[in-house]
Design a protein around this ligand. Structure first.
Ligand code: ATP
Ligand code: MG
Length: 214
């Protein structure tokens, strides 16, 4: 057996999870997932569109199927990307902690889970119940825009977490951080261009299905 093969067998399988509303999915999500895959040698990144997001209650969000289809369209060109229907099929509200727990329970012994998220979303996550258990199950990859004040993030995190857990939150600079779904929906509503902010397939899907017009 080649030395490289032996190393591969010993290496833990690393899986990335990227949860989101994906209404719509955009280049920020995709650039981040691909950067995380490459920087952290992830075997794959599984996108998990949320069912009923607990924090977006009251806001009108597109149907589960529309968000799922846009996520599939956006990721189909990348052999390392997959889409999970887990949260879409689960009745009731979607909590990311349940998703992490599920994937953790499905992982082979010796595999490692990475949860990819925006740095600001990290601050919400650490206020979840049972958050310390979460750090046993996965490492967080926190996407920041270049130049982001990591010291300030650290301090905010330390108000909610013991220092021990900070090593399980790894920052990753992503140049496409300024793109947001909120801005894209607003642009569509106002007949402004969204070209290049998201994949053309997703853009066509939005126009074909009249999303974000009302
Ligand atoms: P909205 O504007 O509706 O809140 P969003 O653009 O933040 O949408 P979400 O589906 O809420 O998209 O985000 C899913 C995940 O992607 C979250 O962890 C969020 O922090 C992260 N994220 C959002 N925008 C970007 C971006 N431009 N680059 C990297 N990560 C992002
Ligand atoms: Mg958001």
């Amino acid at each position: 057996m080649l030395h490289d093969d032996i190393l591969n067998l010993q290496r833990k399988k690393r899986i990335g999870l990227m949860g989101g509303t994906f209404d719509p999915i955009h280049q920020g999500h995709l650039v981040t997932a691909e950067a995380a895959r490459s920087e952290f040698s992830l075997e794959k990144v599984i996108f998990v569109p949320s069912g009923q997001p607990p924090h977006k209650k009251g806001l009108a969000i597109s149907s589960k199927e529309a968000r799922y289809l846009m996520t599939v369209l956006a990721t189909s060109g990348n052999p390392y990307f997959e889409v999970s229907r887990l949260e879409l099929e689960r009745p009731g509200k979607s909590y990311a902690i349940d998703t992490v727990r599920y994937f953790h329970s499905q992982m082979m012994e010796g595999s490692e889970l990475f949860f990819i998220t925006g740095a600001d979303a990290i601050l919400e996550i650490v206020t979840w119940k049972n958050v310390e258990g979460l750090f046993d199950w996965c490492t967080f990859i926190a996407a920041t825009r270049p130049g982001y004040d990591l010291g300030a993030l650290r301090e905010k995190l330390l108000k909610k977490l013991s220092p021990h857990y900070l090593q399980k939150i790894i920052p990753l600079e992503v140049p496409a951080m300024a793109i947001s779904s909120t801005d894209i929906r607003e642009r569509v509503r106002n007949n402004r261009t969204v070209k290049y902010l998201l994949p053309t397939e997703v853009e066509s899907f939005i126009y074909k299905n009249d999303l974000y017009k009302a």
